[in-house]
Design a protein around this ligand. Structure first.
Ligand code: AMP
Ligand code: MG
Length: 480
């Protein structure tokens, strides 16, 4: 494997050089061969050798492992030092297309940034991150990817003893808003600039030569976040903990802790066990993203202009562009879901009216949009989801007036309305079987289904069904 290790070339204050902790009984649970191939990784064949690599027992030649420093606003409170407390960046690989990827182990032992933590991860959160991040990728949402998961053979103590595991994840980069905050909080503007230059070169090379590359960088990050949150909301995803340290500069979804996909549509839905105030509720996500971007703007502002007042104005102007950009993306996405890709104000209002009816009748978000594809022709199965027939039939009437009732419309809708999402109860069942009985059948099966979310898969319809009342998951946990 060819490692570049560009982050390890940055100043020493950016990271700690550290080897992953050795584990006693490594065992490979799953390797994402398709991803490994796209990264052009040259991996050994045997499961034993792979398990050693993906638990950190074998450090690949050329890798210079580091734990990255960052800070962050957690639930609005600033924490000046967070950092990779249970993760190690192995380095960065480049494929023949020139794409660069960071490879990171998570759950690989204590680092300088562990604070009170043990640096480990239980198996449950590893399965959760693997399944949800791969599902997100198949749903065309920018995300970190899952390369492998491996059991450590060791016990991790949380409320109860749990089997330990290591997750190997891949990102186009792991710099977060919180990485900028780490240096800005220390008034270390030289490092803020160094980091900004690094990010420009790595993620936004197209704007490096603009009149003011730092303003252009801020604009690019704002645009990427607007697009990301709009994508989340079009698939019913609630991140659950969008702290600034979990906001990636590259615009990828990062950290799948207490996240969840909604079953029935509820714009105020919160699943996270630690989100008592609903700060990160489904419909709060754009507001919170803008809040996080304001934090980033605060770190970068002195690079915008030598005149502080002008710098403030420029930053504010960029930030003011977030809401219109999000609205544009969300409108586009939602209108495409109802087969009206023009995305005009009337179409958007029609889509929102549908969401209101879905909310009132507690209709399953994913299934409603999927069945709506069929309602281009026959509307019976779609309308049967609703308790008030009159209102939904009225809505269908208004919709049909605007719709191009053709097979092409139906097909286009099927490409943006998935049949399968990682439903919380299915994920929970897979994790229970793995943790309690060391049985990964459900995990593997779930991954197979979720790799093709836009296909009907008649043999897997039970994975499209919402939970029975007794199966319903009402809370999700971060697993820290
Ligand atoms: P998260 O909630 O996963 O985004 O993590 C927030 C911070 O807590 C990060 O700095 C993590 O590295 C750290 N952290 C989470 N779990 C652990 C752990 N088990 N041991 C050490 N640090 C941890
Ligand atoms: Mg995090």
């Amino acid at each position: 494997m060819r490692f570049i290790n560009s982050y390890a070339r940055l100043p020493e204050s950016f990271y700690e050089r550290i080897q992953p902790a050795r584990v006693t009984a490594p065992r490979l649970i799953r390797l994402n061969r398709e991803l490994a191939d796209s990264l052009e990784l040259d991996l050994p064949e045997s499961d034993e050798a792979l398990a050693a690599i993906f638990t950190g027992n074998t450090v690949l030649e050329g890798s210079e492992p580091i734990a990255q420093a960052y800070a962050g606003h957690q639930f609005g409170q600033f924490v000046p030092q967070l950092g990779d407390g249970r993760a190690v960046l192995l380095g960065e690989v480049q494929n023949s297309q020139g794409d660069r990827f960071d490879i990171q182990l998570k759950g690989s032992g204590r680092t300088r940034y562990s604070r009170g933590g043990d640096g480990r991860s239980p198996l449950g959160p590893v399965i959760r991150e693997y399944v949800v991040s791969e599902a997100m990728h198949a749903l065309n949402v920018p995300t970190t990817r899952a390369l492998a998961m491996a059991a450590t053979g060791e016990t991790v103590f949380r409320e109860t003893p749990l089997p330990g595991a290591v997750m190997t994840r891949v990102a186009s980069g792991f710099v977060r808003v919180g990485t900028f905050e780490f240096f800005a909080a220390r008034q270390d503007m030289t490092s803020v600039k160094t980091l900004a230059d690094y990010v420009l070169e790595r993620h936004y090379p197209e704007v490096r030569r603009s009149d003011n590359p730092y303003v252009a960088l801020f604009e690019s990050v704002c645009r990427a976040q607007a697009q990301l949150v709009a994508r989340w909301m079009c698939v019913g995803f609630i991140h659950g903990v969008i702290n600034t340290d979990n906001t990636s500069i590259s615009g990828e979804t990062i950290d799948f802790g207490p996240c969840a996909f909604m079953d029935h549509y509820d714009p105020t839905a919160v699943f996270s066990s630690i989100d008592h105030m609903g700060r990160y509720a489904f419909n709060q996500q754009p507001t919170i993203a803008a809040w996080n971007l304001a934090c980033l703007g605060g770190c970068l502002v002195s690079l915008f202009d030598t005149d502080p007042d002008k710098a403030q104005d420029v930053g504010k102007r960029v930030l003011d562009g977030f809401v219109p950009e999000f609205t544009r993306r969300y409108t586009e996405g939602l209108c495409a879901k109802i087969g009206l890709p023009g995305g005009g104000e009337t179409d958007f209002e029609l889509a929102r009216e549908l969401l209101r009816l879905m909310h009132r009748d507690r209709v399953d978000f994913t299934n409603a949009f999927r069945l709506l594809c069929e309602a281009v022709g026959n509307t019976d199965r779609f309308t049967a989801l609703f308790s008030s027939q009159e209102d939904i039939r009225n809505w269908i009437g208004n919709w049909h007036v605007r719709l191009d009732n053709t097979e092409e419309t139906r097909q286009a809708m099927r490409r943006v309305n998935p049949a399968f999402i990682p439903r919380n109860h299915r994920l929970e069942q897979a994790i229970r079987a793995a943790e309690d009985d060391n049985d990964f059948t459900l995990t593997h099966r779930l991954l197979e289904v979720l790799a093709r979310p836009y296909e009907d898969q008649p043999e897997n319809t039970e994975y499209a069904a919402p939970p029975q009342p007794e199966e319903r998951v009402t809370q999700t946990f971060c697993g820290t």
